[in-house]
Ligand binder design. Structure first.
Ligand SMILES: Nc1ncnc2c1ncn2[C@@H]1O[C@H](COP(=O)(O)OP(=O)(O)OP(=O)(O)O)[C@@H](O)[C@H]1O
Ligand SMILES: [Mg+2]
Length: 345
């Protein structure tokens, strides 16, 4: 079983959610339900599984239901219908003390507006979660120092939030979320308020940390490039409905509909596509015979790094797998296919 399980969630906002729920279950869409009942569909029959240790990105346009979805994970809101569980545990049936302990111990949250306490310095902000867990000062400051250092803010312990740039404040936000060693990090548009270069630095920082920490991260963004860069898998929402879930390459190569295709059209394919998704697979029986070893790339090489090799080669490039055995080839046809925009419809 996956770590986080979301099953058939409907969330209706408004005066008569149950009347709207019946219509939604019968197939009416958001617009129709609003017109008929005055209720707003936040989520429409969404089911998702998030694996332990993966960075799971939820993306969609404004109003598509991203924040509504993440608020179900910390139970800031309850669904009109459906189930949410963590590690097999139903979080909707938790009583208040159990829920509070669950939030404090197992979840870390990073917000778009940083959410730092203005009258506490960096050290006390990062140590805050441990403080409310009742950890003694020495222990929590040792843990906080470690995380302040890890996010590159050593020396800033005594500064206050308003003395820091936006990027630095969000590093504090990240250190604070990590300081309690949560299983799950929930990040709602965490980098969206940052300037592009700082934002890109923060994405790199998060990916570096994640390569070591293997947290389960649910990351919300309306930016496809960000989603493709950091996501192991991406879920795309539209009008409260789940349109597609897949690895970045799957989203780009096989957009589920015109909405997803519109998002992916301007994507830099060189950065997203990898050798394994564009190669012509080798049939296992054919072994290594007959393949040139002059030009070899690993299965996870990005298209942008394959192109120079392909341009300098008259023969097909060999793609190798985990154990360095050939698993496929990339010739001119595969390169051209990867660079051209397909659609399913
Ligand atoms: N508390 C609420 N009361 C009424 N309607 C709500 C409430 N919260 C969300 N909605 C509605 O639910 C839908 C989904 O909203 P949500 O905030 O989840 O979208 P979002 O994808 O996070 O958008 P954004 O990118 O703007 O943050 C929208 O139509 C919104 O108006
Ligand atoms: Mg939102």
């Amino acid at each position: 079983m996956s770590y986080i399980e979301i099953r058939n969630i409907f969330k209706i906002f408004g005066p008569d959610p149950n009347a709207a729920l019946e219509l939604a279950k019968a197939g009416s869409d958001k617009e129709e339900i609003l017109a008929k009942t005055g209720n707003t569909v936040g989520l429409h029959d969404v089911s998702l599984s998030v694996e332990q240790g993966e960075t799971f990105v939820v993306m969609g346009l404004s109003g598509s239901g991203k924040s509504t979805l993440i608020r179900h994970l910390n139970r800031l809101i309850d669904p009109t219908a459906g189930q949410v569980s963590f590690g097999g545990e139903d979080i909707l049936s938790m009583d208040i003390p159990t829920l509070n302990a669950f939030r404090r111990k197992r979840l870390g949250m990073v917000f778009q507006r940083f959410g730092l306490l203005p009258h506490r310095n960096v050290m006390d902000n990062v140590a805050y979660g441990l403080e409310i867990q009742g950890t003694d000062r020495k222990t929590r400051e040792a843990a906080a120092s470690k995380w302040i250092d890890r996010v590159g803010l050593a020396g800033y312990e005594a500064k206050f939030p308003d003395q820091l740039s936006g990027g630095m404040q969000q590093r504090v936000g990240l250190a604070r979320a990590l300081a309690t060693d949560p299983e799950v990090l929930l990040m709602d548009e965490a980098f969206s308020a940052l300037d592009p270069l700082i934002r890109s630095d923060m994405q790199d920082e998060l990916m570096k940390l994640q390569a070591e920490l293997h947290k389960t991260i649910v990351f919300i963004t309306h930016d496809l490039d960000e989603a493709l860069k950091i996501g192991d898998r991406i879920a795309i929402l539209k009008d409260g409905k789940l349109i597609q879930v897949g690895r970045p390459e799957e989203i780009v190569l096989n957009p589920a509909d015109a909405y997803v295709q519109a998002f992916t059209r301007d994507v830099n394919r060189g950065k997203v596509l990898r050798a394994r998704s564009i190669m012509e697979p080798i049939k296992p029986a054919s072994g290594t015979d007959g393949f040139s070893t002059a030009h070899v790339v690993r299965y996870d090489t990005r298209l942008e790094d394959i192109l120079p090799v392909a341009l300098g080669s008259d023969t097909a490039i060999t793609v190798t797998g985990h154990d360095n055995h050939p698993i496929g080839t990339i010739g001119k046809k595969q390169i051209l296919d990867a660079l051209s925009v397909h659609s399913n419809d």
